[in-house]
Ligand binder design. Structure first.
Ligand code: CTP
Length: 446
C-alpha cells in the first residue's frame, strides 16, 4: 500500500484545495491530510485565518479523498509524521517547490501543479474590503509599524499624517505611501487610525478619529487619566467603533499561553506577581527630558502592570509608589506595590537604573518565571517545590510583534467588543487610573 501525506491550512476551502487533494490521493492508496492549528499558523506568520480548525477539518473530510486527517502543530512535525505513519510520498502544491526537498532522504517528494488564480488569501481579501491603515506620527514606533502591517492580510498602509508636513512627506516617500497636509483629508482616506504621536496628543487624535467614524489603535500609554480613558471607550462604543490600546505584550501568543497556564491551576492559586522592565535611556532623550510626560513609569508602566491586571483583576485594594528621581524631577526608577484581597504584586521599571527584567508569578503549588524580554514572551518555565521538576514552554514572537495586535483588531471588526479579551477596556481604563495616581503623587502637573 502506497501511503501519501499532504499538509495545509485549507482556509475558506476552494477549488485549488479540492484538486490538490484529488491528485494527492491519486498518487497512492492511502491519503493522510495534516491540517494546521490556528496557533501554528500564527507562529509562522499566517494571520487572519477565517475558518476554525473544526470547519477546516470538516471541509477536507467532505471531499472524500482523505483516509485520515491529523493536525499539524509544530514546525518539525512533518519529519516525525513521515516516520510515524510510514509514508511513501510527501506532496504539496507547486508554490512550495524546493522547500521540502530535505524530506527526500526519508520518502518521495512530489510537488503538484498549483491551480491557477485561486487562493485562500484571495478569497479572504474578497470577502472583506481591504482596511486602509493610517498612521499619525512619524517617529520610531511609526517606522516599525509599516513593515508589520504589510504582513497581515486584509489591511494596507494608506498614508501618514503629521502636522509637521516635512516629516510626513519624508516618511511617506520612504515607505511609498500617501501623506496628507490636512487632518480632515487624512481621516477621509483611512479606516483605521494608528496613533503613534507624542503622549499628550493621544486624547485629541483619538477623539477626532472617532468623530470621523474611524477605528483606532493607540500606542501605550493611551491616556494618563481614568476619566479620559472612560470617556473615549464610551464614545467609541456609542459610535460602534473599535478602540484598542497597543500594549503589544497583551496580544503576543507567548503571553497568552503564559496566562493560560497561570490560570489553569497548575501553580495553584496565584498569590504574588512581580514584574520588572528596565531600559537605559540617554539623559537627553525625550523620555528623560519631557517634564510633563516623560519618566520610567509613564514609559514602561503599561507593560509591568499588564500581568498584574490580567491575573488579579482591576479591583486592587490599594496601590503605592516608590520612586528614585533624577535632578529634573523625572522618575528614573519606580516601584508600584499592589494589594489585592488574596494576593499582592510589585512592579518595577526604570530608564535610569538597570535591573534584571523578569516576570515571576507565584502560586500555592509552584511558580512561573519568564526572563527578559518577557514583554515579547517567547519562553517561560514552571517550577515546583521539587527543584528538579521544571516545565519549559516556548512560543515564537515574530518581528516587532505589532502584527499580532493588528490582526486581533481586524478580527474585532467582525466580532465586535466580544473580541477585546486580550486587553479589555476595563484593564485599559485601570492602567490609565494607575498612571493618574502615580502622576498625582509626583511634583508635576499634567
Ligand atoms: N493549493 C493548490 N492550488 C491553489 C491553492 C492551494 O494546489 N490554488 C495547495 C497548496 O499548494 C497546498 C494546499 O493546497 O499544498 C493547501 O494550501 P493552503 O496554504 O491551505 O492554501 P492557499 O490557498 O495557498 O492559502 P493561502 O492563500 O492562505 O496561502
Amino acid at each position: 500500500m502506497v501511503k501519501v501525506i499532504t499538509y495545509g491550512t485549507f482556509d475558506l476551502f476552494h477549488e485549488g484545495h479540492y484538486r490538490l487533494l484529488q491528485r494527492a490521493k491519486a498518487l497512492g492508496d492511502y491519503l493522510i491530510v495534516g491540517v494546521t492549528t490556528e496557533a501554528y499558523d500564527r507562529t509562522r506568520g499566517k494571520l487572519n485565518v477565517i475558518d476554525s480548525l473544526v470547519t477546516r477539518i470538516e471541509n477536507v473530510k467532505k471531499t472524500g479523498f482523505a483516509d485520515e486527517v491529523i493536525i499539524e502543530e509544530t514546525p518539525g512535525q512533518k519529519f516525525s509524521d513521515i516516520k510515524k505513519y510510514h509514508i511513501d510520498i510527501f506532496t504539496v502544491g507547486s508554490d512550495w517547490v524546493g522547500q521540502f526537498d530535505y524530506l527526500r532522504d526519508y520518502c518521495k517528494v512530489v510537488y503538484i501543479e498549483r491551480t491557477k488564480n485561486i487562493s485562500s488569501t484571495m478569497l479572504r481579501e474578497r470577502s472583506r474590503r481591504i482596511q486602509r491603515f493610517g498612521i499619525i506620527g512619524t517617529g520610531r514606533i511609526a517606522e516599525r509599524a509599516v513593515p508589520e502591517v504589510t504582513l497581515v492580510s486584509g489591511i494596507n498602509v494608506q498614508g501618514v499624517y503629521n502636522p509637521h508636513t516635512d516629516s510626513a512627506k519624508r516618511f511617506a516617500e520612504k515607505w511609498s505611501i500617501d501623506y496628507y497636509e490636512k487632518k480632515e483629508d487624512f481621516f477621509d482616506a483611512v479606516d483605521i487610525v494608528y496613533v503613534a504621536s507624542p503622549h499628550e496628543t493621544h486624547y485629541g487624535y483619538i477623539r477626532a478619529a472617532l468623530e470621523h467614524g474611524k477605528h483606532v489603535l493607540c500606542e501605550k500609554p493611551m491616556v494618563l487619566c481614568r476619566q479620559e480613558a472612560e470617556e473615549l471607550y464610551g464614545y467609541a462604543k456609542e459610535k460602534g467603533l473599535i478602540l484598542y490600546e497597543g500594549v503589544k505584550t497583551a496580544y503576543c501568543p507567548g503571553f497568552s499561553k503564559l496566562l493560560g497556564i497561570a490560570c489553569s491551576g497548575t501553580i495553584g492559586s496565584i498569590r504574588n506577581v512581580e514584574a520588572c522592565f528596565t531600559k537605559l535611556e540617554k539623559k537627553e532623550s525625550r523620555e528623560l527630558t519631557d517634564l510633563r510626560y516623560g519618566g520610567s513609569f509613564t514609559e514602561l508602566g503599561s507593560y509591568v502592570t499588564l500581568p498584574v491586571l490580567k491575573l488579579f483583576g482591576t479591583k486592587y485594594e490599594k496601590v503605592s509608589f516608590d520612586t528614585i528621581r533624577g535632578t529634573n524631577g523625572l522618575d528614573l526608577f519606580t516601584r508600584a506595590s499592589f494589594r489585592y484581597p488574596h494576593g499582592m504584586a510589585s512592579v518595577t521599571c526604570g530608564l535610569g537604573v538597570k535591573s534584571e527584567g523578569r516576570l515571576l508569578i507565584a502560586g500555592t503549588r509552584g511558580y512561573i518565571v519568564a526572563e527578559a524580554p518577557w514583554w515579547k514572551t517567547a519562553y517561560f518555565e514552571v517550577h515546583y517545590e521539587n527543584p528538579g521538576e521544571v516545565e519549559k514552554y516556548s512560543e515564537r514572537f515574530l518581528g516587532e510583534g505589532l502584527r499580532y495586535e493588528i490582526s486581533d483588531l481586524l478580527a474585532s471588526l467582525d466580532a465586535g467588543e466580544k473580541n477585546d479579551f486580550k486587553l479589555t477596556r476595563e484593564e485599559s481604563v485601570a492602567m490609565a487610573g494607575i498612571m493618574e495616581k502615580f502622576l498625582a503623587g509626583e511634583n508635576r502637573k499634567i
